[in-house]
Design a protein around this ligand. Sequence first.
Ligand SMILES: NC(=O)c1ccc[n+]([C@@H]2O[C@H](COP(=O)([O-])OP(=O)(O)OC[C@H]3O[C@@H](n4cnc5c(N)ncnc54)[C@H](O)[C@@H]3O)[C@@H](O)[C@H]2O)c1
Length: 345
Amino acid sequence: MTEQSERTRQIERVAVIGAGYMGGGIAQVLALAGLHVTIADAEPSLTQRHLDRLCREAEDFEARGLFDPGSAERVRANLHPADSLSQAVAEADLVEEAVLEQPEVKGPVLASIEAAARPDAIIGSNTSTIPIGDLSTNLTRPARFLGVHFSNPAPFIPGVELIAHAGTDESVVASVEALVARTGKLAARVNDKAGFVLNRLQYVLLKEAMNLVEEGVATAEDVDTVVRTTFGYRLPFFGPFAIADMAGLDVYQAGFRTLEEHYGERLAAPAVLTELVEGGQYGVKQGGGFVIPAGDQAALIGYRDTAYARLGQLLRELGPAPLGALSVDPRPVPSTHVATERDTP
Ligand SMILES: NC(=O)c1ccc[n+]([C@@H]2O[C@H](COP(=O)([O-])OP(=O)(O)OC[C@H]3O[C@@H](n4cnc5c(N)ncnc54)[C@H](O)[C@@H]3O)[C@@H](O)[C@H]2O)c1
């Protein structure tokens, strides 16, 4: 047995508990990767309804060229309904919990999963925000528990956050990491703080966007336009650290100075930035930055320019998103909203 295989366990059978929006998408992803996937929702009729929906969706995705040929058949062959939670998890190497984002719902479900699963089964939660350590108190063997946070819509969004709590066994994280790689998705390890990385950043962006609308700086429509056509345009290719390294850390430090003058400590330059700049690290142009070293970046610039130009071509080809005739009076922020896209609980 190699060192690697001692540290990881091969996952072949998965149970997904809660087959709604996320659980269903996760089940599709795993079935497409060739795993044996059993789903269970709150009752058998719901499970069957979700299974039918997932198979129909897969057919539709394949017909539209969004899934490879043969995918619908693969989903149909690898997805199995169970009549109960305990039946679903009995043989599973991994159980993924994807029920409602409420600790009082997740707690008993996790306890039931543990009671019915094999003692060596790994248990994951798709929680968006709840600390994994908090959820782990529902289990008697929390070493096998971690966050496995897929994003919406799971079949198409490539990133998965893996969140170990203080007591998670390293082999458990490594095993799920290998599984995620097998699905073709990209895992990132994240420490256990509420909201993790995805939603902590996403919520801050949304909150500040709402502040801008509340203050009358721009309408919701114009905020969205600015986000997706300026800095958001870079985000499929570069994260905030790479962007800052390319733009210049000294430039960001100066920008934070202005923002601090106007908005106070909340937008002051973080110490980690000030220390780099004071140590002569300005990013790509001098000394290197957070994630990009200094030096000739011709290849990087070439990639960047190609990426943005191609993204432009794709957007022209797709045309504008059909948001409909929704018109929102931006001041004050309306107390009711229309949800068209769900990427958070
Ligand atoms: N919707 C998103 O954009 C999104 C993105 C990432 C993560 N998440 C997280 O994924 C989880 C699920 O969210 P969702 O959007 O799929 O919700 P959802 O409401 O679409 O699905 C939840 C499902 O759980 C089922 N359920 C409820 N109690 C159950 C029980 N006791 N046993 C079995 N099934 C039960 C419900 O019937 C429902 O089908 C949440 O933790 C959420 O925060 C959601």
